[in-house]
Design a protein around this ligand. Structure first.
Ligand code: BTN
Length: 241
């Protein structure tokens, strides 16, 4: 399939005009022996997918990419969502807006979703798919939630430079995690966490838990203070009350 290849820091960037999904393509390439530190970028996707197999609207003008990294570098894989979310958040901060991280792996501006992250384990790699609404966004998201595009907050976004900012941050965070463990990253997540110290409803595999987000645990779980005491969850979805 036609693509261009560029280098940025430790990453090989393969850019395609159109793909079904950058995550799917990354997995196909891994089947063919792809090594790690490769970034698959598509200008549009015909079968972009999000968490829970939801459709990820993938029109040209937005950013769709997948980072393929050796799973040994980010263990457990849930940490990869935090690394990706903080890298995207910091890149957005550099452009002006103040984003927050909605646990486990969305980035919001003014309570509206600007970025979604889908981390999959495949063979010995992590396939970290990131979609950022740069120029457009769907009018509605499932569950009555709102989306936004970066363009509403920042004029003249250079998408290539923005991708490089995210990758620089990602590279930095992966190395820092390897050296220092989760503690500094955990602090950054807590400082940027959507609805921190506020009451929410968590959907945990269909079970609804009401309570207050009070922490991210040292192993990366969200800690919810409920009437029955504090509970920790590794996965789920947060809803506003
Ligand atoms: C979510 O919020 O549910 C996650 C969305 C992830 C979308 C990105 S776009 C690039 C990569 N390719 C995909 O098919 N999905 C991810």
């Amino acid at each position: 399939m036609d693509h261009t290849v560029n280098k940025f820091k430790s990453y090989e960037i393969r850019e395609y005009q159109i793909l079904d999904s950058t995550n799917l393509h990354a997995k196909r390439l891994l089947d063919d022996g792809l090594q790690d530190n490769v970034v698959i970028v598509a200008n549009s996707q015909t079968a972009g997918r999000g968490r829970g197999n939801r459709v990820w609207v993938s029109d040209e003008g937005n950013l769709f990419f997948t980072i393929v990294i050796d799973a040994k570098k980010i263990n457990p894989p849930e940490i990869a969502s935090y690394i990706a979310a903080i890298s995207v958040s910091n890149a957005i901060k550099n452009l002006g807006p103040t984003p927050v991280v909605k646990w486990p792996n969305d980035v919001l501006i003014e309570e509206k979703k600007v970025c979604g992250i889908l981390v999959e384990s495949y063979k010995k790699a992590l396939v970290i798919g990131i979609g950022v609404n740069v120029n457009s966004c769907p009018e509605y998201l499932e569950g009555n939630r709102k989306a936004c595009a970066l363009k509403s907050f920042v004029s003249d976004i250079d998408t290539e430079k923005f991708l490089q900012m995210i990758l620089s941050g990602f590279d930095y965070e992966v190395e820092a995690y390897g050296k220092n463990g989760f503690t500094p990253l955990r602090q950054k997540i807590i400082e940027n966490l959507y609805r921190f110290n506020e009451d929410v409803e968590l959907d945990y595999l269909g079970e609804k838990i009401s309570g207050r987000i009070i922490d991210i645990s040292p192993c990366g779980d969200i800690v919810i203070e409920t009437e029955e005491g504090n509970k920790e969850y590794r996965t789920g979805e947060i809803f506003d009350l």
